[in-house]
Structures are given as C-alpha cells and as structure tokens.
Design a binder for this molecule. Structure first.
Ligand code: URP
Ligand code: ZN
Ligand code: ZN
Ligand code: ZN
Length: 511
C-alpha cells in the first residue's frame, strides 16, 4: 500500500511507498500546482523513489475525487443497475475519482445480510470504496446491528428514504428512532427527502390524466414535495439534536430549507449531484422515449432556474459537496416503463463525468477557486468566508471522517492523485465513456479542463486516455464514527436540559 511520506515541508510533498514490498512503479510528479482544500502551491510530488517522472508543469495536481453517493449493482424494480463495482469504478478512475461511497441496501430489512451481499459485489473493486447503510425498518435487531455496523464494520452513516412508498420509505416514527440511534452511535443520518405519500398521490393524478411518459415522472413529484420532506427531516434532526446530511438536493425549495437551518446554526449538510447542477428538465419532454427516459431520476431534474441556484449555493457554502447518485440502467431496462413512467428504473450516470463537469461549470466559469474545487469534490476544509457556518462547511473526506488519509496530498495520505490540465478539453458521449450503460445524460457535451492522469493507491491507472485497472485491487475504507460534525453536541444537549427550567414531578397525586 502506498501513501504520502513525511518530512518534506511545503515545497515538496512526498508520497512514498511503505517499506512493505510493492511491485508498483515509483512516481515523481514534477512542476505542477499542488492543490489541497486549504491552499495551493507549486511543488513536486513523489511516490516512492524517483523512477517514473510525470511532468505536471502548467497543470493542477490534486487529491483524487471522492464521490459520496453512488449505487453500483443496485437492485431495483426486479433488475440491477448495470455498472458494477468494477465497471463503475473503472469509469470513475477515467474521470478522476479515486474513491466512492455506495449505499448498502438491507436484505429483507437485515443489515448483516445486506452488508454480506455488498461485500460480495465489491470483491471485484479496482478502487477504494466505503459504504453507507440504508435503514428500511427499525426494531431491536436493527438497532443492535446498527451498532455492529459502526463499531465493527466501518460504517458511519445511515440513509433513510422518505420516498419510494411501499419499498424503501420510512415514516416519521421510524425516522425519529433512527435519528436517535444515529446520534447515540456518532453516525451521520442521511435522508432522501421527498414526501413519498404525496408522490404516490401525484403519480395517480398523472396516470388519471393519461400522462404516462417520462415527463409524468417529474410532474408527479414537484419541488414542493422535496421542500416539505427536507424541512421535516431538518426539524426532526434538530429536535433530536443530531447532524443531518441531505442527499441529492435538486431544488431551490430544498436548498432554501438547508440554508435557513445552517444560518440558525443547525448541523445540516447539503449534497447537490452533478445532474442537478448541469442539466434541466427539458430532456424529459424529448419525443424519443430512449432519450427522455434516460433523464429519469429521483428527485427529478428540475426546471432550469434550480440548477443555477444550486451552483450559487455550492459556491457560497450553503451546499457543501457534489455527489453523482450514479445509478445506471441501459435503454432496454428504461423501456420497462414505456407505457407507465412509474416502471422506469430511476437513475442517471455521473461517476465518470462529475470531476470534469464541476471543473467546467464552476472553476472554468470563474464561480469557485481551484482550492474550493478540491473542497467540494474531495476534501472538506472549512470555508472561512462564512463564519456562522464555519465549522459546518464540509465535504466528503471530513464529513465521513477519512481526512487526511483521503482528500489531501500531504504526508501520510493515500497516494490518490489526479493531474488536471486546465487548457485541455473533454468531450462526453456514450460511445467513448467507460460506463456499461448505452446512453449518457451529458451526450455531446464539451468543456475545458481534463483529467489527464489518475493515480490510485500509488499506481497510475489512467494516462494517455488509457485505463490500467486491476479487479480486486480496490480496498474497503473503514470510516470511524463521531466526525467533527458531532463535536459539541453533548454540550448543546446539556444546555438544552438546563434551559427547560421545569421541576421534575412538580405536582403529586395524594391518593
Ligand atoms: O433516482 C435515483 N436517485 N436512484 C437511486 C436511488 C436514490 O434515490 O438515491
Ligand atoms: Zn500544503
Ligand atoms: Zn435517493
Ligand atoms: Zn442515490
């Protein structure tokens, strides 16, 4: 295993091979601008002794991307998403992402069985990965197993679906139990925030109106329902006093609830996904079903004003990190829903495109700095511009408690590094992408800034537009509980108790 070595100071950063045997090439990356989330500098980076030299003059040398939200080989609607832990990760590496966190779905409510299934799926991994765990029911066994996940299995986050009624959805009672359990374990609660009961009603309404095409998907679950569920989850997390992470924030409605909560000091993290930043809903109205259906995901891709507001929120620290929700089905699978949008498997691509699109949309456009780019795609570093939310501004590595092993090019970090050429261009299409799916929601897009080299675990895996990946070489990254988001929670609880100012058993019955 390879990692960055100590003792070089700020002029050079050494990423060294540990004394254990390794047959990998030793690397020296010369002359690039090394960017971490806190600052950038011109420096040489070496991985082991200087054998293979990579000239990075005029380019940016950055920590590999961390995608906090993916669904590889996920079962849905009696089928499975077509990118598995090998093809999805290979695509990720070709796009400059070197770690992802996937969602384990329980098997009949069992966390243990779910984890075993995902451990099997992940055996073919070619890059590092971690797991979140989905909670679909709550009882003593689930409560016990949540503790096992946190204390023995390296999982520090649990996701609750407030949508997908009858499948994954949980009610408020279960959500409250889950939030309390997350708090006691120091685990981060995550929510898919849409009102599933109302979505169900909205779907019936569309079908009654005879609107069966992919546009019916978006019309049945408007931003209103995302805003409601986001607000509800935030308030319940505030009531329990535990941090909350809102996945795939797709609308102004949801974003504004997060902004309000953060402004009041609540520990809420908001994750936009690249499809929400880069696309609008027009594709859903395309006359070709294959084209229209490829855009179906939940919450839906919104009308154009939402994407701009989400980008603004990302640049000013209201939202913290960009995921993808990469969950791809090919056009024959999407066609299950040709007569009824409710049967279209949900999900879009993005694991390969995220780093390029965020660069082009946010850095090339001048909206954020290169250091902020590292922050939102990989590392958290407090965004000092915004004092009131200073300790909250955050992204993958810090939120999931793996910094600085991941998300940094400093002594001791894993050697997961990308070299991005800001003067080179990228072009996206389904013919050349590395995902197994036969469509791409960014078909034909071109932009500036290209990941020319990806180094994962000290090995060059992407160079000269060629992948060199090895199934089984990816490692499972355990994530410890009680990230910085939990610091001070106990003191806040104590001051809440003292603020109650109500005597215990003030009145007593005399009978
Ligand atoms: O449409 C989506 N987002 N599919 C993946 C499952 C989820 O809701 O995250
Ligand atoms: Zn530095
Ligand atoms: Zn979701
Ligand atoms: Zn998802």
């Amino acid at each position: 295993n390879q990692f960055c070595e100590a003792g070089i100071g700020y002029d050079e950063v050494g990423c060294g091979i540990s004394s254990s045997s390794s047959s990998s090439t030793k690397l020296l990356i010369k002359g690039g601008t090394v960017v971490n989330a806190h600052h950038q500098e011109i420096a040489d980076v070496y991985v082991g002794d200087d054998v293979k030299v990579i000239d990075a003059t005029g380019k940016f040398v950055m920590p590999g991307g961390i995608d906090p939200h993916t669904h590889l080989a996920m079962e849905a609607l009696n089928t499975e998403s077509v990118d598995d832990f090998f093809s999805g990760q290979a695509a990720a590496l070709a796009g400059g992402t070197t770690m992802h966190i996937d969602f384990v779905i329980p098997v009949n409510g069992s966390l243990i069985a779910g984890l075993e299934a995902y451990e099997k799926k992940a055996k073919k991994s070619c890059m590092d990965y971690g797991f979140h765990m989905v909670i679909t029911k709550f009882d003593d066994i689930v409560s016990r197993d949540m503790e096992i996940m946190v204390k023995e299995k390296g999982i520090n986050s649990f996701k609750f679906f407030l949508a997908y009624k009858g499948v994954l959805m949980v009610n408020d009672e279960l959500l409250l139990e889950g939030l309390k359990r997350c708090k006691s374990l120091g685990a981060l609660a995550m929510v898919h925030a849409e009102n599933g009961d109302a979505v169900f009603e909205g779907q019936k309404r569309m079908i009654q109106l005879g609107i069966t095409g992919p546009e019916g998907h978006a019309l049945s679950r408007p931003p209103l329902l995302e805003g409601e569920a986001t607000a509800r989850a935030i308030r319940l997390a505030g009531f329990v006093n535990t941090p909350l992470y809102v996945v795939h924030v797709m609308s102004i409605d949801a974003m504004e609830e997060i902004a309000k909560a953060r402004k009041s000091g609540q520990r809420v993290v908001g994750e936009p996904v690249v499809s929400g930043l880069a696309l609008d809903d027009s594709g859903l109205w395309d006359s070709d079903f294959t084209t229209a259906s490829k855009y179906v995901m939940s919450p839906p891709i919104r009308a154009s004003g939402h994407g701009k507001a989400l980008k603004d929120a990302l640049s000013n620290g209201v939202l913290q990190l960009v995921g993808t929700d990469h969950c791809v089905f090919n056009s024959t699978q999407k066609a299950f829903g040709i007569d009824d949008f409710r049967k279209i498997p949900n999900g879009v691509n993005g694991i390969e495109e995220r780093m390029h699109l965020v660069w082009d949309l946010m850095v090339e456009s001048g909206q954020i700095s290169v250091t902020d780019y590292v922050r939102v795609t990989s590392t958290e570093w407090p965004n000092v511009q915004f004092d009131e939310s200073h300790y909250l501004a955050s992204s993958s590595a810090r939120i999931f408690n793996i910094y600085p092993r991941k998300g940094a090019i400093i002594a001791g970090s894993d050697a997961d590094i990308i070299i991005l050429n800001p003067n080179s261009t990228f072009e996206i299409n389904a013919r050349s992408h590395h995902s197994r799916t036969d469509t791409n929601v960014y078909e034909g897009r071109r932009g500036k800034g290209k990941v020319e080299v990806t180094i994962a675990g000290g090995r060059v895996v992407w160079e000269n537009n060629e992948l060199k990946v090895v199934p089984g070489s990816g490692k499972y990254i355990e994530m410890a509980p009680f990230s910085y988001l939990f610091s001070g929670i106990d003191r806040a609880d104590a001051s809440y108790l003292s603020s109650l100012n109500a005597p215990v058993k003030r009145f007593k019955s005399t009978t």
